[in-house]
Design a protein around this ligand. Structure first.
Ligand code: F0G
Length: 466
């Protein structure tokens, strides 16, 4: 492990660089820096260069199972809350904290479901399309996988007040976990850009809800500054321990496939935490010899919030083994700022134009030989209706994965016989107004308009017969 020396001369900074435990530590992603820090610090970005931090492990010195099927023994011990959690039953693969700090409220009880109805819509052979329905988490989205990780670390470092910026789901999840840990929780949301299902959760679970006159990107900028100034614990996906929890979504996918790796994973892209976590999961599983193949990753932007698509597919920015072209990225964001560009999509969860995990996501794309696509709001809504019709409700952002799979199939990037797992990130009831408006207003073969009828039994039966 490299412990970079930094000539700041300041004692407190030197202390930060101290790695107290050589089993687990934090490390800067920037390969020109690679500074390491103790696991017990709440940093959220590299104090030396400002880049993203990873949780890292000295696997050789840790007790890691030699086969993924080892985890099946946990199915027999589900009366232990950590073994019941769909995150912590894989704790040997995210060993950043001792069990005494692990917080769980039963997150990750989610299932991979095969779905030929959706398969038919995207023209993939029977038995090959799977949906990983993360809407079944305690707060109704995949965020709980990450929040359990972040709050466990928060407990470990003795934090008292957790804070985040959010398009809605992160705030709902923060509010729930802060409550269950007895911590204070505050959320920053953009005014008017949050679906009511999510707002109702943050309010109901008692989070201090700050409605900033701006959008998510504004909230994110502010929350980073506020967390640093006020020394609050930041639980956005900048937090490396959030991403440790989100790795387990992939472990559960593999578990349901009898530890076989699918050909493709397809995930919506917003702040790019999930895609970054998935890339890290596969990178580590391969490093540990627990899988022999890495799936391809497809990340799907909404057309109205397509920074990753633009940078990766149009401009050609790559991870380059950690040597990222920062100048091109900085110039891109400076242009967005100069134009006062504001993203806009019906999928408000992914209405983000300055994704904080961009570089980690580029690494995931490198590790997984990935592609990025953009899909229109119309494509998202049709895909959402198809998913609903075939038994799994989801919110608009989640349906971007299926719309993206359809696009990749049409383009011949994905073959009809390849297996594809779409991540349904949030529950249908998060944003019911989009669903109801679609079915009432859209004149498509997928919409399901309510039928008005006189208050008369014969008229009612007549409508049922047709
Ligand atoms: N799907 C849903 C339902 C989401 O809520 C989000 C992100 C994403 C996809 C994108 O995931 O950021 O990992 O690329 N929602 C965040 C929030 C930003 O504040 O709730 P990502």
């Amino acid at each position: 492990m490299k412990n970079t020396s930094v000539s700041t001369g300041e004692a407190h900074l030197k202390e930060m660089f101290r790695v107290s435990d050589n089993l687990r530590y934090q490390q800067c992603l920037n390969n020109k820096c690679q500074a390491t820090f103790g696991i017990e610090q709440a940093l959220f970005s590299c104090p030396a260069c400002g880049d993203l931090l990873d949780a890292r492990y000295n696997w050789d010195k840790l007790d890691v199972p030699d086969s993924l099927s080892w985890f099946e023994k946990r199915w027999a011990t589900r009366n232990n809350p950590l073994d019941f959690s769909g995150v912590w039953r894989f704790r040997e693969l995210l060993p950043f904290c001792d069990e005494q700090y692990c917080v769980t409220i039963g997150e990750g009880q989610t299932l991979l479901q095969q779905n030929d109805g959706v398969g038919n819509y995207v023209d993939i052979a029977a038995g090959k399309v799977y949906l990983q329905y993360e809407g079944m988490n305690p707060s109704g989205s995949f965020k709980d996988n990450g929040m359990t990780g972040a709050f466990s670390h928060a407990k470990m470092v003795g934090a008292k007040h957790a804070i985040c910026a959010s398009t809605g789901n992160t705030s709902a999840s923060l509010a729930l976990y802060a409550h269950s840990c007895g911590m204070k929780g505050s959320v920053f949301i953009g005014s008017g850009r949050i679906a009511y299902g999510k707002l109702s959760q943050a309010l109901d679970y008692g989070a201090r809800t700050i409605q900033v006159k701006g959008d998510f990107d504004d909230c994110m900028r502010q929350v980073k500054e506020v967390a640093a100034r006020e020394k609050l614990y930041l639980v956005n996906s900048l937090n490396p321990f959030r991403l440790e929890g989100q790795k387990t979504i992939m472990f559960r996918v593999l578990e349901k496939l009898n530890w076989q790796v699918p050909d493709w994973i397809i995930v919506p892209g917003g702040n790019l935490g999930n895609s970054s976590a998935f890339g890290k999961a596969f990178m580590e599983l391969k490093e540990l010899g627990l899988i022999d193949k890495i799936p391809r990753l497809a990340i799907i932007n909404a057309t109205g919030a397509n920074t990753l698509f633009d940078l990766y597919e149009n401009i050609g920015v790559r991870f380059n083994g950690g040597d990222v072209d920062n100048e091109t990225i900085d110039a891109y964001f400076a242009k967005l700022d100069a134009e006062n560009y504001r993203p806009k999509t019906i999928a408000t969860a992914i209405e983000i134009s300055r994704p904080v995990n961009l570089k980690k996501c580029l690494r995931a794309l490198e590790v997984c030989n990935g592609v990025v696509r953009e899909v229109s709001d119309e494509d998202i809504l049709h895909a959402k209706a198809i998913i609903g019709k075939h038994g799994l409700g989801c919110e608009p952002a989640s349906a971007a994965s299926v719309a993206g799979l359809k696009r990749l199939r049409e383009q011949g990037i994905i073959d009809t016989n390849e297996s594809a797992v779409c991540i349904l990130t949030g529950h249908q009831l998060k944003d019911p107004s989009v669903t109801v408006n679609y079915h009432i207003e859209a004149e498509t073969t997928f919409s399901n308009k309510p039928i008005e009828v006189e208050n008369d039994i014969d008229a009612i039966i007549e409508k049922l017969r047709h």
